[in-house]
Every structure is written in C-alpha cells, then in structure tokens.
Design a protein around this ligand. Structure first.
Ligand SMILES: Cc1ncc(C[n+]2csc(CCOP(=O)(O)OP(=O)(O)O)c2C)c(N)n1
Ligand code: SF4
Length: 287
C-alpha cells in the first residue's frame, strides 16, 4: 500500500512498473500502486493515457487527480494536471472547464473520494450538466488508508472497519453511483464497465472514448464507473480478487450502458437511457 506521507519518485524517474512504451503519454514516473498486486489503477491509468494519445488531445486535456491511491496519476500521464482536495475533483474541474471551455477536463477518482466525501460535488456537477468527464474506479474499499468500508462495499464484505462483514442494518446498502447519476438531467453519458478481462477492458476503452466525445460535443456531464480490484485491501491474491469481481461484485453492480446522449438523446426512450451492453445480459463480456 502506498505511504501517503512518503515522497513519491522524483519526476522523470523511469520505472518498469509504469510499462512506459516509446511514444506513450506515460511520463515514466514510477507507479506507487502496490507492486505485483494486480491493482486496477495501473492498467486503468495506462488505458487512459492510451486513449488521450489515440484521440490526439494531449495538449487540450486537463486531468484532475483525486486523494487516494491514484493521487499520483497527475505525475504519471504527461498532460496538464492538478490535484484536488479529497472529493472535490468535480468542483475543481467545474472551475477549470468554465474558465477554459475549449479544454477537455477529466477527473479520475476512487469510490472513497467520489462516493463518500465527494458525493455532493459529483451530484451537483452532474445535475448542472458540467461539460466534464469522470473516470471513476470503484474497488469497493478505501484502499490507500487501509481497506476500510466504503459506501460501495458489498453486504457481508469484510473490511478493516467491518471485520464481521458489512451489515445493512448498521451501515446501509451499497451505493450505486451510476444508477443515481443516470436519473439526473445534466448527465449525457453514464456507463459501468470492468477491467477483469480483455473483453471488458475493450468495453471500458470504448466507454471512456464515448464519455470524452460527449464532453467534446458539449452534451453535459459524462462518467464511466469502472469496477476494479484492490487485492491488498481485500486481502486476496490477484486471481482470487478477479474471481470475486466477476462472481460477486458484478452481481451487485451490473455492467451496463445507462445513458448515451452522444449525437442526440432522441433514440430509444427519448431521454438517452439505454439497456445492458448488448449480448451479455448486463454482466458484460467475461472472456
Ligand atoms: C478530507 C480528507 N479526509 C480523509 C482523508 C484520508 N484519505 C486519504 S485517501 C482516502 C481513501 C481513498 O479511497 P478511494 O477513493 O476509494 O481510493 P483508493 O485508495 O481505494 O484508490 C482517505 C479516506 C484525506 N486525505 N482527506
Ligand atoms: S487500490 Fe489497493 S491494491 Fe491498489 S494501490 Fe491501493 S491499496 Fe494497493
């Protein structure tokens, strides 16, 4: 687990861990994600860097980083970037986008950051239809601080603050960010994906591309909730964590395209709401 108080590697330090390839938008600064853990943050950071490069929008992007294990993302991807205080990423992004409307503003947040302390900010940004995009990694725990229960933790999930499993009477039910934001009028694109298979990574890539497209078309707020693993916080091997994600977590949080207003919102129900990813019954491709 990264030490919040410890200095990160100096900018410019080249790391094998970041998987930097020639021409990549990764800076080469060493990832501080738990080494060898299979943590989803590393692959999702690489995917996001690749998408920004693919779209050729490097000089337009402003990335707003979170508090949490992914706070280093502002140093890992070679774009203009700023770190927001805990949970305030969508508020910071709102100010940036309103000052610089031609930029593509992306927040990257975990579930402690977004669904706990930052829930007011994201709901109001979404309701206002801010032209920003959020990549939201939901690993169902507070990873950086030691694996405490998050609003998104499953019923029965053992965490450091729920050693006997999350109890609905005591701690309420799991919080469904994508479903709630879909109901808000300012959202233009809402999807839930996962990173547990090659096929699901491809869907995640498509969803993030589409979310950025929604912003570039000035449609409103866009968000991709990406289900991922925190093997260290879950106290599991990477393999067991991926099995747990497929067998348990996706059951609670179905992979789905909830809303798509890219181009127009006139198709389907007329409000941009759509159904499960095609052909997979809502669980998403598992291959
Ligand atoms: C205002 C404030 N409260 C609490 C913290 C401590 N804190 C740092 S990271 C974190 C949890 C982050 O969890 P999550 O967003 O799920 O990200 P992960 O580490 O799992 O990727 C907390 C509570 C803080 N830095 N600031
Ligand atoms: S999210 Fe979990 S596995 Fe990833 S760096 Fe944080 S504590 Fe480690």
């Amino acid at each position: 687990m990264p030490d919040e108080t410890k200095d990160r590697e100096a900018p410019g330090a080249v790391s094998e861990a970041s998987g930097k390839k020639p021409g990549s938008l990764l800076t080469g600064v060493a990832f501080t994600y738990c080494p060898g853990s299979g943590c989803t943050h590393g692959s999702l950071n690489r995917l996001l860097a690749g998408i920004i490069g693919e779209l050729g929008i490097r000089s337009k992007v402003i990335l707003v980083g979170p508090v949490g294990c992914a706070e280093g993302i502002v140093k890992y991807i070679d774009v203009d970037a700023v770190e927001a205080p805990h949970g305030r990423a969508t508020a910071v992004a709102t100010g940036i986008k309103r000052s610089l409307p031609d930029r593509v503003v992306i927040t990257y947040q975990g579930d402690g950051d977004l669904a706990a302390i930052g829930i007011a900010e994201v709901m109001h940004a979404a309701t206002r239809g801010e032209r920003i995009s959020t990549v939201f990694l939901n690993n169902t725990v507070f990873g950086m601080t030691g694996g405490q229960m998050a609003p998104t933790s499953l019923i029965g999930q053992r965490t450091t603050t729920t050693p006997f499993g999350r109890d609905a009477q005591l701690s309420g039910m799991p919080f469904h960010v994508a479903e709630i934001l879909t109901r808000l009028p300012g959202t233009a694109y809402v999807a839930r994906t996962a990173m547990n298979s090659t096929a699901n990574v491809a869907v995640t890539r498509e969803a993030i591309l589409r979310a950025l497209e929604a912003q570039m078309q000035d449609r409103g707020f866009s968000i991709v909730e990406v289900m991922g693993i925190c093997p260290v916080g879950w106290k599991m091997t990477p393999r067991d964590a991926n099995t747990h994600l497929a067998d348990q977590i996706i059951g609670e949080y179905p992979l789905q395209l909830f809303k798509d207003c890219v181009g127009s919102c006139d198709g389907g129900t007329g409000d941009g709401q759509v159904g499960p990813w095609t052909g997979d019954g809502g669980r998403g491709p598992q291959g």
